[in-house]
Design a binder for this molecule. Sequence first.
Ligand SMILES: *Cc1c(COP(=O)(O)O)cnc(C)c1O
Ligand code: SF4
Length: 455
Amino acid sequence: MEVMPEINYKAYSLHNFRSIPEMKLLSEEELFDIEVVGHVLPFKVNNYVIDELIDWTDYRHDAMFRLTFPQKDMLSKTHFDKMAAAMRKTSDKQELKAVANEIRLELNPHPAGQMELNVPMLDDIKLTGIQHKYRQTVLFFPSSGQTCHSYCTFCFRWPQFVGMDELKFAMRETELLIQYLEEHQEATDLLFTGGDPMVMSYKVFSSFIEPILADTNKTNIQTIRIGTKSLAYWPYKFLTDKDADQFIDLFERIVQKGINLAFMAHFNHPQELQTEAVARAVERIRATGAQIRTQSPLLNNINADPDIWAEMWRKQVNMNMIPYYMFIARDTGAQRYFEVPIVDAWHIFRKAYQQVSGVCRTVRGPSMSCTPGKVQVLGVNEMPLNGKMEKVITLRMIQGRNPDWVARPFFAKYDPNAKWMNDLKPAFGDTFFFEQELEQMYHEKVDQGEHANFE
Ligand SMILES: *Cc1c(COP(=O)(O)O)cnc(C)c1O
Ligand code: SF4
């Protein structure tokens, strides 16, 4: 393989994006719109995305442009006007930040349940950098991985990036993680997440891994997963960055220890799979023995089209990756711009799934990660109800807060406008089968006299 020249990472955000040469293509009004929305939603874009992923000849309709540059329609008119008015009135950073924070709070920065129900305890210490929701899998949010190579405009993790520290899941201490894993032998999977854990340097990342490799009998970890968008946003991480070779070597050592190493790679659009850099990075990672599984939310204005998904899955399989999840985007941030109703999501999934062969059908979805679990939309059926034929939505859990809930079909009233689990009503009886138990869990753990919800 030919050697690739080293590419230096350069990122742009609100304060310097006007210096990107391509910004000359935009009108002053478009630049101002980016500034307004960029005050509220996360905005950071790097030179790889600008030079290799965005098609500037038609940037207004370009998925990668919309995925990384804030768009006017991502805010409601009220919120947009409020932020724009503040910007015309003052350039005081603190004042602008206060207005932005007011708007952010109205955008539901952290769905209830996630924070309270999933944060585990170790003796008396609240482990805010860990989430343990499903028996087998522990999620770890290293504090040095709370950023990304570029930011996605849809991202529900945005509170972590915009300096609202109290909302940040973060934990520095490896010891606490290891101790927790030792005490929880039911956990077979450790999933690094963020932000993007692949923004970490080798030195920091390996400090979390080495204690596990040093004694593989202490914990019961059999799979290490890395949830990352780096293959889409910065494949040079695995090619020409200074510590790229050390990372590759570490991945090899993990595999050689008999631990399954799986990248959970986020790809939202086929454009992210077309560069030479991503092809080479995938090859290098796969050559270590690591697997790459892929996932993405279904996003209006980006990928809400069956042909796009079929192309993505096909291409991923051709590149030696395994399609894993299609998610329904959750209710937060710029939801209004990206949302796709549940029933439409199922139609898109089905039409895409029908186009590909069995090797791509490892993908599961469309799925909602909500308080009770990962709820998969199986489809719309007609059933005799109250003496006449009526439509229902058939669902099941791929993951459940209680493992016993998994893989039981259940039914919701047909509602073509429903966007999320909490919009759905049971088709039979007053409650879904898991509701009472969920309520109980909520009271045991949170006990604020509030009702559990399905967020
Ligand atoms: C999706 C998810 C996992 C992993 O689930 P798998 O089905 O094993 O991929 C673990 N924890 C949380 C909180 C999740 O949302
Ligand atoms: S890379 Fe992942 S965590 Fe980062 S902004 Fe995009 S979706 Fe969010």
